[in-house]
Ligand binder design. Structure first.
Ligand code: AMP
Length: 399
């Protein structure tokens, strides 16, 4: 079966077409600036087919999907000969609330439940729904599946997901920890078990997804038992532009001193904080290292704040699980950042974990980077959320 995987944002749409007979990617790409003007980058992964990188008119998501189909079928850049070859579509859906603990076939009732989660993810879920509607408009009744960022974390216990605020707010508004990046944490945990040659049921893993957004996840026996993001993806470790955890009193204090609305303060915490906010340089770790090399102290401080935040949480999760068999690094920084991994692992000896600095000189490849004599393992595992979405889609549609 060929499966189209869609990750729809408010003005963008990323896609990958898989041939699931061998899990090969046939084509991938991104439509950007949807509703503004429009740009498509289409990259066939088949020999002899041309890459398209051009400005186009993309007034809405349905136009974008129609154009993607045109590119998939065209003589120059096509990888299929008929739309009917696409057996199913898998969608990334950010928030499934408490309703979805697994991926799910999309129908009208299911869409209503995704809509009911909009207050929990006001930016993301509407965009995901738009992507689903666009695929329906262009592809008709091809089965579609929703794969949720939150679903993997639905195994957390009430002790891990309950905020210590009046319980009525949980009952009334479902305010609790949800967690995100679940598809990524699930993928790397399964790969770690394969790499270690042990059943996932007997492993205690800590997955560090470190990209523009970062989250850590404690995975005991294959199940998420705690994670650093919370009610929203603003919580947890410091990120590119997001603050991560801060004392909530700062919000009122800043609103008062700077004459800002709560909305404006939250915008600062989401878009102007984290690495960018502390360094004043950039949210991108590569830029931060360049600045450090040029003697920029605040860039150094931003990195140290990140390393401290991540390492501290690895310790917390090892305690929460009563041990750790492996720490996994994934996503842009986790997969590529050798210096970052080394800095984070510096004090993990206390948990019986040691990284081999030579083996650690690796970018974007699966590798066990554990030092000799280390009790637990340190693993670099590139994530592949799209493949998980495609696999779930085949499983659900096949069933
Ligand atoms: P992601 O959100 O997973 O795409 O990750 C994006 C982040 O990965 C960027 O902001 C960079 O800071 C980081 N990144 C990408 N390549 C490298 C690299 N070679 N070394 C360190 N960080 C990197």
């Amino acid at each position: 079966m060929k499966v189209l995987v869609i990750n729809a944002g408010s003005s963008s749409l990323k896609y990958q077409l898989f041939d699931m007979t061998d899990e090969r990617v046939l084509a991938k790409g991104i439509c950007e600036r949807i509703g503004i003007d429009g740009h498509i980058t289409h990259k066939p992964q088949v020999e002899g087919k041309a890459v398209f990188d051009e400005d186009v008119s993309l007034p809405d998501h349905a136009t974008a999907i129609a154009l993607v189909m045109e590119k998939m079928l065209s003589a120059e850049s096509g990888v299929i000969s008929d739309v009917s070859e696409i057996g199913a579509v898998g969608h990334r859906v950010v928030h499934g609330g408490e309703r979805f603990s697994a991926s799910c076939l999309i129908d009208d009732a299911m869409l209503d439940e995704v809509r009911a989660c909009i207050p929990l993810a006001p930016l993301h879920n509407p965009a995901n729904i738009t992507g689903i509607a666009a695929c329906r408009a262009v592809l008709g009744d091809v089965p579609q599946v929703g794969v949720f960022d939150t679903a993997f974390h639905q195994t957390m216990s009430p002790a891990a997901y309950t905020y210590a605020i009046p319980y009525e707010y949980y009952e009334k508004y479902k305010i609790r920890r949800y967690g995100f990046h679940g598809t990524s944490h699930r993928y790397v945990a399964a790969r770690a078990a394969e790499m270690l040659g042990r059943p996932i049921e007997e492993l205690k893993l800590i997955s560090c997804h470190m990209g523009n957004g970062s989250s850590l996840c404690a995975i005991d026996g294959g199940k998420s038992v705690d994670t650093s993001m919370g009610f929203t993806p603003l919580a947890g470790v410091p990120m590119g532009t997001r603050s991560g955890d801060i004392d909530p009193s700062i919000i009122e204090f800043l609103a008062d001193r700077e004459g800002m609305t709560v909305d404006a303060v939250l915008n600062v915490l989401n878009k102007k904080s984290g690495m960018l906010g502390v360094s004043g340089v950039s949210s991108d770790f590569r830029d931060l290292w360049k600045a450090v090399d040029a003697g920029n102290e605040r860039a150094k401080l931003a990195l140290d704040v990140f390393f401290h935040g991540v390492a501290k949480r690895i310790g917390a999760y090892a305690v929460a699980m009563g041990g750790v068999d492996a720490v996994i690094f994934t996503a842009g920084i986790g997969e590529n950042g050798a210096e970052e991994r080394e800095a984070i692992c510096k004090n993990l000896g206390v948990l019986g974990l040691a990284l081999d600095t030579e083996a650690n000189k690796v970018r974007g490849k699966e590798k066990d980077v554990t030092a000799a004599g280390s009790r637990g393992r340190v693993l670099v595992i590139p994530t592949n959320e799209e493949l998980v979405i495609a696999r779930d889609t085949v499983e659900i549609v096949g069933a």
